[in-house]
Design a protein. Structure first.
Length: 155
């Protein structure tokens, strides 16, 4: 009988220890080396060539905040930041001419910085960093050279 009670109690003990462990921030967590920030959940951005979607790239973005910014308040606006990124990526895709497995980082950062300032305010936003780019497809993509040559031939 005690063996059954032990087996039934074990998941509860494991659950309690995992909740307790997750409540304490680990060393190095909580603040970026450069200060305060808001990390956006990964967003899938389309790579469009000649009006056709050839790939999606999942992008993680970090919005760097000023030292005096109200981080808790700005973090509640994370869905607005993601929405602005998705809208910008579909309006004018961040497609690179030389690589369909990456986004154009310069254009993405400029667009996201402009939108972040509009959402959070100019005094609270310091910059934008792209943390990760993960393409949906790495192979089987059209060659940028072959598409540009084909587009030059066709009127």
């Amino acid at each position: 009988m005690s063996r059954r009670a032990l087996i039934l109690a074990l998941p509860l003990v494991l659950l309690a220890t995992s909740v307790q462990a997750s409540g304490k921030p680990k060393e190095g967590e909580g603040k970026a080396p450069g200060g305060q920030y808001v990390d956006l959940s990964p967003v899938a951005l389309p790579i469009v060539v000649s009006g056709k979607v050839v790939n999606y790239v999942f992008v993680s973005v970090r919005i760097q905040l000023a030292a005096l910014a109200d981080t808790a308040k700005i973090r509640t606006r994370e869905p607005y930041f993601r929405d602005a990124l998705v809208r910008a990526g579909h309006r004018v895709p961040f497609t690179r001419a030389d690589d369909y497995a990456q986004v154009d980082e310069v254009r993405l950062k400029a667009s996201m910085l402009r939108d972040a300032i509009a959402i959070a305010g100019a005094r609270d936003v310091k910059g934008v960093t792209i943390l990760l780019q993960s393409p949906l497809k790495r192979s089987g993509l059209p060659s940028p050279r072959s598409l540009s040559a084909r587009n030059e031939i066709q009127p």
